[in-house]
Design a protein around this ligand. Structure first.
Ligand SMILES: C[S@@+](CC[C@H](N)C(=O)[O-])C[C@H]1O[C@@H](n2cnc3c(N)ncnc32)[C@H](O)[C@@H]1O
Length: 450
């Protein structure tokens, strides 16, 4: 909180705080129309101001930048009120007040003192009335929660009209209050606030969530999201979606789309764990010469993949509902010659590479496999290569197989998500499907990743 805001906060700290939510009433869901704590934010205080001619207001504001009151949502240029005293000869309506930070000696500051010598500029005060609506989410929660401002949540992941939080354990007693403030400050853009109940462990990478504020009527979890110019509809409680992966979806689709520009025939892509299609749909809805075979094990994801494909008028998108290993074999058996494979199931995707053992396709594809690994990039790269080699049953040559490891996103204090891309090695063709027999062979031939 900046100096001005903290002064305002100090002034309300002296007021009655009995209505503040506390761990004593943790299960209290705040009514939509009334927030008991809201009136704690009604505050009135006097701040210094400088009155300047209206036509020079932007110029003077720039000059006084460091002294102007800095508080979210606050108008710092205001007209003169009837109570403001104005020197004889000056016209009230042709002047504006610039509100300044509340320092006792503000008018002694050299820049302000100099400005006051200009015609039409003079000192004033301003009575500032603030209410709950005028405070930012962070300011309100910093005031209400018994934590230092740095430990107060104010951001969230947005999925259409839903705000999705993953609150720390010590914040759970305050979850309904946090939900209510986030809803108030972001409505109508946000209509429901949910908190994740447990870490993602399910087979389909979905998770349980609790509505902590807002609309929870039937259909609350049906959302529509825009990414890469495409519209995705889904039931957020039934399929996987992560808005934080937008950058990765763009990066990989761009690489493939760029290659398709120079290709004579369509580039064929196999998306083994496609979800509702954040790679597959942009690749096939924009007229690129790209054909995607997109698969997901979750029947709900498959259904949304189909409906989103229709909605976005995707050409050359074929959808499947199979296990990724079976799907990989199916594509080979069908003689489909794919040149890129996307595998985004970071917890276990590298292990699925065993499905390529004894590869029979006429062309060895480029693989893009996502995984979690330690923060340190070199350590992560070694880790990722080792997991891939172990599942493939043969080694990867950094140069020959064009191995690249990209940092995708920060996941937790110790873990990042990465994407490892490589050309499937020729040696995979002669690897048999017995994983146990191959792993010692890989250990012996392991290369050092530099
Ligand atoms: C992390 S999500 C990624 C989805 C999508 N690629 C994206 O970027 O949003 C992983 C997906 O893998 C699917 N999945 C899990 N196990 C699978 C399996 N054995 N075969 C195919 N898909 C699987 C899940 O249903 C989920 O949609």
């Amino acid at each position: 909180m900046n100096q001005s805001s903290s002064l305002i906060a100090d002034s309300i700290r002296t007021q009655k705080t009995s209505l503040l939510p506390s761990p004593a009433n943790p299960e209290y869901i705040y009514p939509v129309e009334l927030f008991p704590a809201a009136k704690e934010f009604d505050v009135s205080l006097i701040v210094p101001a400088i009155v300047v001619p209206s036509k020079l207001v932007s110029e003077y504001r720039k000059q006084l930048k460091e002294f102007v009151l800095d508080k979210a949502k606050l108008k710092v240029i205001v007209p003169l009120g009837d109570d403001d005293i104005i020197p004889v000869g000056l016209e009230r309506r042709k002047h504006r007040k610039i509100l300044l930070t509340k320092r006792s000696n503000i008018f002694d500051e050299e820049k302000i003192a100099k400005l006051l010598r200009n015609e039409g500029c003079f000192k004033a005060n301003h009575e500032l009335s603030q209410s709950y609506e005028d405070w930012s989410t962070h300011e309100v929660l910093s005031r209400l929660l018994p934590f230092p401002p740095n430990d107060v949540p104010s951001s969230f992941e947005q999925i259409g009209r839903l705000a999705h939080l993953n609150l720390r354990d010590d914040l759970l007693p305050f979850k309904y209050m946090i939900g209510k403030v986030i809803l108030d400050k972001n409505s109508p853009r946000i209509q429901t606030v949910v908190n994740k109940l447990a870490s993602i462990e399910s087979k389909y990478r979905t998770f349980n969530m609790e509505v902590i504020a807002g609309n929870k009527a039937d259909g609350w979890s049906l959302v529509s999201v825009k990414e890469e110019g495409c519209q995705f509809e889904m039931d957020f409680t039934k399929v996987y979606w992560n808005s934080r992966l937008g950058g990765e979806h763009r990066r990989l689709t761009q690489i493939i789309a760029d290659q398709a520009k120079d290709a004579d025939s369509p580039v064929i892509v196999a998306d083994l764990m496609a979800g509702i299609g954040p790679f597959a749909i942009p690749l096939t809805s924009k007229g690129h010469k790209i054909e995607v075979h997109a698969n997901d094990l979750n029947p709900e994801s498959y259904n949304y993949l189909l409906s989103n494909s229709r909605k976005n008028r995707c050409t050359r998108l074929l959808c499947y509902n199979m296990d990724a290993r079976d799907f990989c074999k199916y594509l080979q058996d069908s003689g489909i010659v794919f040149s890129h494979v996307i595998m985004n199931l970071p917890a276990t995707a590298p292990e699925f590479l065993d499905a390529f053992r004894g590869f029979r396709g006429v062309r060895l594809p480029r693989i893009h496999v996502h995984c979690f690994a330690p923060k340190d990039h070199n350590e992560a790269a070694k880790d990722a290569v080792k997991r891939c080699e172990s599942a493939l049953g043969c080694t990867l040559d950094i140069d020959e197989n064009q191995v690249k490891v990209i940092d995708v996103r920060n996941v937790s204090p110790k873990k990042n998500m990465y994407c490892i891309s490589f050309d499937l090695p020729e040696a995979i063709r002669s690897v048999q499907s017995d994983r146990r027999r191959q792993s010692s062979h890989v250990e012996a031939k392991r290369q050092k990743l530099t």
